[in-house]
Design a protein. Structure first.
Length: 596
């Protein structure tokens, strides 16, 4: 146990965690040249395509220093704000953290928020200056920032490059010398914390755990404390690039267990595993996640509801931050109201449902969680996670919406434009600090609803990428909110309703109607698209009728070609959703998000 080191890598997004992890794996021989590809640990297709880490990944390395062999368990973590829950779980299974800072960018918003998480968990911090191969690196300036931030010795900062491999040996040495060995009692009853799990259709559920005390042998009878269920440890092992079966896993180590569990609900991230023969008490698990954004997810084919539930349960296993409960919609039938950590998270979940589970789904207009107070009870809020549940204005005393504190670090050149953006988003500036003559930290209190949609993209474009952003919830505030309904030929489509600020309603209603007019294909009759607040129509667009006869193009003869075209048209229709008499493409439900 004294030769085990568990550590994670934390950084702002794109500062080079995954690339540096590759170098560590290569140097320690955990992967061969042949197995090497870029960002090896990002094994989800989606991660490779988008070039971001979504999940934390654990992998074991062996490294010999001064004749002594060490086992190093590395956990690579995501950088985007939406996934900070993954980061906090990884941090809980480590004793040390590599804090990576891009030498060309300096300290950014998530460098700071992830560092605080690591400090709260008493991790030993190893500061690393990355991308030193680039000409634009500013080592002295960024070292000053690091010393300022964590109060370390200037000489403790390791200069590195994930590209050239500079500093990699120094990093491994620092991990061994500075990160404490895991604590725990090897002779105590077995007690391990589940920090992640994944569904495998052949072998059932794999749970990943860190052993706090004692050890476990293959074949032993184990108990998952939260569910109270007992299983046999059919296979246990450590996490190399592939899973490596072992006979025993000991205190301080990170491993996996396969015990024939097929039902997603039986494995809970944060649960404790112990043995039936010598039970240990539960370890304090993780705080429950608080979803920030809610939206309905519905199967396009209404009879795929049960399949969708099954897919969501399996996905939840691998992403404990996803929450969902059944709901129904007049327009879309049966589906689920889901909670997400942010818009990127929502997009990722939708894509994973489609790719990993082959589900075609509709995601409805997202919203944050509001608190409504009725005149008859001004103390107890009604939680509104779905615009449909918004009480009738005549019964309403007041509504409160969630606010966040946003921290933005940027160059002084962009301060003016960023301030205008924040004011447009109903934000109020609370602090402005010059970190250096050229770098400014701005703090705003802003309604969460204004941030979750296009804020991040706008910020990126006005600052040309030189602004980093992080946020934390700061509670609820009273706000003038109204429910805006969208009607197609006079019928309200509940899945298109949104709660919006009163001052934005007219403008938004107009834009949404315009957008829907572009997105809904012409049909055999005229379609009126209207936005309304209560009984009052605030905007209207109309879409004229068109008979689209695709076969007209093939003059008589070619029957098979004609049939093919008809089939194609049917295919195209299949992807549409029938609302009353009108057919809507699934992407129209998210029209509200892309209004510029
Ligand atoms: P992560 O988001 O922190 O995991 O960052 P990645 O490892 O995915 O790296 C982000 C981008 O920076 C990728 O395009 C990498 O190729 C590049 N990169 C990472 N490390 C270095 C480095 O040391 N030098 C240079 N020049 N580029 C790097
Ligand atoms: Mg990464």
């Amino acid at each position: 146990m004294e030769h085990i080191r568990n550590f994670c890598i934390i950084a702002h997004i794109d500062h080079g965690k995954s690339t540096l992890a590759d170098r560590l794996l290569q140097t320690t021989g955990a992967i061969t040249e042949r197995e090497m590809q870029e960002q090896t640990l990002d094994d989800m297709d989606l991660e490779r395509e988008r070039g971001i880490t979504i999940k934390s990944h654990a992998i074991q390395m062996e490294y010999t220093l001064d004749g002594q062999e060490y086992v190093l368990n590395l956990i690579d973590t995501p950088g985007h704000v939406d996934f900070s829950y993954e980061v906090s779980r990884s941090i809980a299974s480590c004793e040390g953290a590599l804090l990576i800072v891009d030498a060309t960018q300096g300290i950014q918003a998530q460098t700071i928020s992830n560092l605080y998480l690591a400090i709260e968990n008493d991790l030993e911090i190893i500061p690393i200056l990355n991308k030193m191969d680039l000409d634009s690196a500013m080592p002295e300036e960024v070292k000053d920032q690091i010393v300022d931030l964590i109060g370390c010795d200037r000489d403790d900062i390791i200069s590195a490059s994930g590209k050239t491999g500079l500093g990699v040996e120094d990093i491994l040495k620092a991990v061994i010398e500075k990160v404490p060995a895991p604590k725990g009692d090897p002779d105590a009853p077995f007690q391990a914390l589940i920090f992640d799990s994944v569904f495998d259709s052949y072998r059932g559920i794999n749970a990943y755990f860190k052993v706090k005390n004692g050890s476990i042998k293959k074949g032993e009878k184990v108990k998952f404390i939260a569910t109270g269920k007992e299983y046999h440890a059919d296979e246990i092992g450590t996490l190399k690039l592939k899973q490596t079966p072992k006979q025993i896993i000991k205190t301080g180590d990170v491993g996996y267990i396969i015990s024939g569990i097929k039902v997603a609900k039986e494995v809970k991230v944060g649960d404790t595993i112990t043995t039936v023969a010598r039970p240990a008490p539960a370890i304090q698990g993780f705080e429950d996640v608080k979803p920030m954004v809610f939206a309905g997810i519905y199967p396009i084919e209404t009879d795929e509801y049960e399949e969708l539930r099954d897919a969501m349960e399996k996905l939840q296993l691998n992403d404990a931050s996803l929450t969902f409960e059944p709901e129904s919609s007049a327009a879309l039938g049966f589906g689920f109201r889901c909670g997400f950590l942010g818009m990127l998270h929502m997009e990722i979940i939708q894509e994973r449902l489609e790719r990993e589970f082959d589900m075609s789904v509709i995601t409805t207009v997202p919203n944050v969680s509001y608190q409504a107070y009725l005149t008859k009870d001004k103390q107890t809020p009604i939680i509104v996670n779905n615009p449909v549940d918004f009480p009738d204005p005549s019964r309403l005393d007041r509504v409160e919406e969630p606010y966040i504190k946003a921290t933005i670090i940027t160059k002084s050149d962009y301060v003016g434009q960023i301030m205008s953006l924040c004011i447009e988003k109903r934000g109020e500036l609370t602090n402005q600090v010059y970190l250096t003559t050229d770098r400014v930290e701005l703090s705003f209190n802003v309604p969460l609803a204004e941030i979750v949609f296009d804020f991040y993209d706008r910020l990126k474009s006005i600052s040309r990428g030189y602004a980093s952003f992080d946020y934390h919830p700061i509670g609820f505030r009273e706000s003038k909110l109204v429910k805006m309904d969208i009607m197609l030929n006079g019928d309200p489509v509940d899945a298109l309703s949104a709660l919006v600020h009163k001052d934005n309603a007219y403008d938004l209603g107009k834009k949404i109607c315009k957008k829907l007019r572009e997105l809904i294909p012409r049909q055999q009759f005229n379609i009126a698209i209207q936005a309304a607040i209560g009984a009052k129509i605030i905007s209207r667009e109309s879409l004229s009728a068109l008979r689209k006869d695709v076969t007209a193009k093939c003059y008589g003869g070619d029957i098979s070609r004609k049939r093919k075209l008809l089939e194609k048209q049917k295919e195209g229709k299949k992807k549409m959703k029938q609302i009353g008499s009108v057919e809507i493409p699934p992407k129209a439900f998210l029209a509200v998000l892309k209004l510029n």
